[in-house]
Design a binder for this molecule. Structure first.
Ligand code: MLC
Ligand code: AMP
Length: 518
């Protein structure tokens, strides 16, 4: 029997549901890492209890945020689970973020606790204390740091904190189309309901049903790796094979013996680049899932040819978790390349024209959604939240697409000016802001162009002030010194003028076409 308190009908804490799903045999393996570490289910229970006890000992007000900017590791996942367990709010931050980005997130979210790598402790703790953070711990990807040192002194028994379904579980920052990044507030109910829907939709097999083994190769500071993958495996009592960083050769080796894999399209493109990828290499697999960015039809068909597997593409967002999915079960229909499948059970999805009216089947419009996964609003931004919802409660995704007669959704573009590069979102307005601040720059436009590896990459087109000569390489280098690496345009062009329409607006479509050819 579990040493932790059992889940009660009245406790909507997501962690309680995950804990309840741990297999009866707690000595069996929950996680195996590519570096040879092994964690039993009991270890996960003990470690999350100890970190939760540490967090509770800090006596923080309800709803306190625990921000974490640490390299991927099983311990980083334990920190996430322990935050849920303690009833606090988890705020994961990409390790690529630099000082200006971190200052904004910490200043906006005002976390009570910040966890960072030992290497960044100096500058992050300074930022955090200025913003009123009370505790800063370190956590490294080699199981060292003050967080684990302190947790080691805490008890292994912990009663899962009581939560209501609407209580916040996490805040996920999405970059802003203009200006400030927005923190999407997700509740325990949002996360649990989505995990339960996916468990069924993707045919997860419990240990009693033969079990599943998930290869986890995605970062854990965004929805895909943190929620879709981890909740999927834990809610099902399934083992994870864990890579701290995606590497195609290692991943291919680890797929042997696994059953489920989740990736952004770049991961599939890179795996296809491996000569060893074959039907035989993935013979134990039952399901490959792709999302976070459009999967090219060539990738979809190449994968089918090389492995005999049809990738299941699904669609979601930080604000909504998963919204649509191609079918898993043949009885529910085919998996159709280039589409993201029909709305998941419980999700209402409609495609509307600019006047807000639903367009006929097959016509293109804005995608709006409603459902149990849809977030509670943007942190500290009630006006922005109100703007993104229709009067009848649908969330405006900013994605543009169409529905077919069977209800399958095809995403054809975005109304938001957004580049998705290797599954990471980059907002041109943010990058243009940094470029425009540089000495000698009059103006800039950042656009996304197709890229074989990342799907899409940024190109910066820059105009110099009169009499100034700008070096494109220097602009790229200056950006690299200030912002997350994945946001830095892969190319920079200094030009005399930008194409504009009659209203004087920069015609980004023309720039995209001009620079698409590389
Ligand atoms: C790294 N770089 C990127 C990049 N990742 N540039 C653009 N886009 C990216 N995604 C930079 C590096 O900093 C480096 O810069 C250069 O590009 C080459 O790096 P690399 O070594 O090839 O990159 P790597 O470290 O291997 O990372 C690639 C990757 C990674 C694809 C493995 O980006 C990744 O894990 N992406 C997954 C993102 C993800 O999980 N998204 C889910 C969001 S949730 P330099 O200058 O040093 O050469 C969501 C909702 C939903 O969207 O529906 O799921
Ligand atoms: P994020 O803000 O990181 O959660 O990214 C969400 C965005 O990723 C969505 O609004 C879509 O634009 C995009 N996205 C997610 N999944 C897919 C997919 N399968 N195909 C195309 N775009 C996707």
């Amino acid at each position: 029997m579990s040493r932790s308190s059992p889940r009660t009908a009245s406790n909507a804490n997501l962690f309680a549901a995950l804990l309840e799903s741990f297999p009866a045999d707690r000595s069996s393996t929950a996680i195996e890492t590519d570096s040879g570490l092994c964690y039993a289910w009991q270890d996960l229970d003990d470690a999350t209890a100890m970190v939760a006890n540490l967090l509770e000992s800090l006596d923080l007000p309800p709803g306190s945020r625990v921000a974490s900017q640490v390299e991927k590791s099983v311990e980083a996942m334990i920190l996430y689970l322990a935050t849920l367990r303690a009833g606090l709010v988890y705020l994961p931050l990409n390790t690529a973020y630099q000082q200006a980005e971190m200052a904004y997130f910490i200043g906006d979210a005002k976390p009570a606790v910040v966890v960072c790598t030992g290497a960044n402790f100096g500058w992050i703790s300074k930022l955090a204390f200025v913003s009123g953070t009370r505790y800063v711990f370190s956590l490294n990807d080699d199981r060292t740091g003050t967080l684990l040192d302190r947790a080691a002194q805490c008890r292994r028994q912990h009663a899962v904190a009581q939560c209501a379904a609407n209580d916040l579980a996490a805040i996920i920052y999405t970059s802003g189309t203009t200006g400030r990044s927005k923190g999407a507030m997700l509740s325990h109910g949002n996360l649990l309901s989505n995990a339960q829907v996916l468990q069924k939709a993707w045919g997860w097999r419990t240990p009693e049903q033969g079990g599943d083994v998930l290869v986890h190769a995605l970062p854990i500071f965004h929805v895909h790796g943190l929620f879709v993958a981890i909740h999927g495996a834990l809610l099902n009592g399934s083992k994870m094979i864990w890579l701290n960083k995606f590497a195609p050769k290692t991943t291919l080796r680890l797929l042997e013996g696994a059953t489920v894999f989740m990736g952004v399209p770049t991961l599939y493109v890179r795996l296809l680049g491996e000569a060893g990828l074959s039907r035989d290499a993935v013979r134990s697999m039952r399901l490959f899932i792709s999302g976070s960015a459009p999967l090219l039809i060539e990738t979809f068909t190449d994968w089918q040819e090389r492995t005999g597997h049809t990738i299941l593409e699904r669609y979601g967002m930080s604000e909504t978790i998963m919204l649509t999915s191609n079918p898993y079960w043949a009885a529910d229909g085919e998996r159709i390349g280039g589409t993201v499948g029909p709305a998941l059970p419980g999700v209402q999805l409609r495609v509307v024209a600019d006047d807000g009216k639903a367009v006929p089947v097959g016509e293109i419009g804005g995608i709006q959604v409603k459902g149990p996964g849809v977030f509670q609003g943007y942190w500290n931004m009630p006006e922005k939240t109100a703007e993104e919802f229709t009067p009848d409660g649908f969330f405006k995704t900013g994605d543009v697409g169409r529905l077919d007669a069977r209800g399958y959704v095809t995403i054809v573009g975005r109304s938001k000016d957004l580049i998705i590069s290797g599954g990471y979102n980059v907002y041109p307005a943010e990058i243009e802001g940094y470029i425009n601040e540089m000495p000698g720059v009059a103006e800039s436009a950042v656009v996304g162009v197709p890229d074989a590896d990342f799907g899409e990459v940024g190109v910066a087109v820059v105009i110099a002030k009169p009499g100034v000569s700008l070096a494109p390489d220097a602009i790229v280098a200056a950006l690299k010194a200030r912002i997350a690496n994945f946001k830095v345009p892969k190319r920079c062009e200094v030009v005399a003028e930008l194409p504009r329409n009659a209203m004087g607006k920069v015609q980004k479509n023309l720039l995209r076409a001009q620079y698409a050819a590389g």
